[in-house]
Design a binder for this molecule. Structure first.
Ligand code: CO8
Length: 258
């Protein structure tokens, strides 16, 4: 495996694992970390053995936001010409499902990273917030858009305008978090979910994810039309034949990604 400065990367079974690793800065997302995360995700995307990815941090912090020390003295032209925030497009371009395993602080860009994942599994200690307003800025990695779609306008306005944090229970109630689990089970649950996803037909998994994403981006009738065509197209796969034959024959399917 490649070595990185700010993240740890490993593969377990069909799952790629990225652990954010800047403990002294509570995993603050500096330019190096965002670039390395993109590289790691691209490597997993190109690795046929990997079917899903888990992104996690430490017990104390998933990530406490973009690195404030790195941004503090920058001018508009600095951030505009460097396209600050643009580097996330590499992560977003990766189609394999991402599971965020969140413990501790997920603030600012850290909350936005969780929002860029497909499943968010949180430990009971997780805290989510968009405190950018307290720094004289606003969320810049999609928070005003993805958070609003996830939790609705009322809760998004509350979080983004006051900068307050919400705990794991409130985050789950609001629809930002898929499941809340005890801290000691966090990685186990996230890995089990990712391993399960990795064991299904990859074409079906990618199509399912793409179709759910379309729900965020289009109207209902267009989304339903997209889903129907994607659904029909999966009948062109061998995995569909295998999945249904296995059910009829009362055995486990062996998907071959064909
Ligand atoms: N950036 C840089 N360093 C950080 C960050 C951060 N976001 N968060 C924590 N650290 C550092 C602290 O400075 C401290 O370093 P040191 O030991 O050298 O003083 C170390 O991590 C430990 O932190 P604390 O001592 O503060 O730990 P506490 O347990 O007392 O507090 C908190 C934990 C509450 C999480 C606190 O650290 C905090 O409030 N952090 C900042 C949270 C924040 O405001 N995040 C939003 C950042 S802005 C952002 O994410 C914008 C994203 C979009 C930008 C897009 C631009 C286009």
């Amino acid at each position: 495996d490649a070595t990185y400065e700010t993240i740890l990367v490993e593969t377990r079974g069909g799952v790629g694992i990225v652990t954010l690793n800047r403990p002294k800065a509570l995993n603050a997302l500096n330019a190096t970390l965002i670039r390395e995360l993109g590289e790691a995700l691209e490597a997993f995307e190109g690795d046929d053995a990997v079917g899903a990815v888990v992104i996690t941090g430490s017990e104390k912090a998933f990530a406490a936001g973009a690195d404030i020390t790195e941004m503090a003295t920058k001018s508009f032209t600095d951030v505009y010409l460097a396209d600050l925030g643009g580097a996330w497009s590499r992560l977003l371009a990766c189609r394999k499902p991402r599971v965020a395993a969140v413990s501790g602080y997920a603030l600012g860009g850290g909350a936005e990273l969780a929002q860029m994942c497909d499943l968010v599994i949180a430990s009971e200690t997780a805290k989510f917030g968009q405190p950018e307003i307290t720094l004289g800025i606003i969320p810049g990695f999609g928070g005003t858009q993805r958070l609003t779609r996830a939790v609705g306008k009322a809760k998004a306005m509350d979080l983004i305008l006051t900068g307050r944090m919400m705990d794991a229970q409130e985050a789950e109630r609001s629809g930002l978090v898929s499941r809340v689990v005890p801290g000691e089970k966090l990685l186990e649950e996230a890995l089990a979910a990712a391993e399960k996803i990795a064991g299904f037909s990859r074409a079906a998994v990618l199509a399912a994810k793409e179709a759910v994403e379309v729900a965020h981006e289009t109207g209902l009738s267009e989304g339903v039309r997209f889903e129907k065509r994607a659904f029909q197209s999966l009948f062109a796969t061998e995995d569909q034949k295998e999945g249904m034959a296995a059910f009829v024959e009362k055995r486990k399917p062996a998907f071959r990604n064909r």
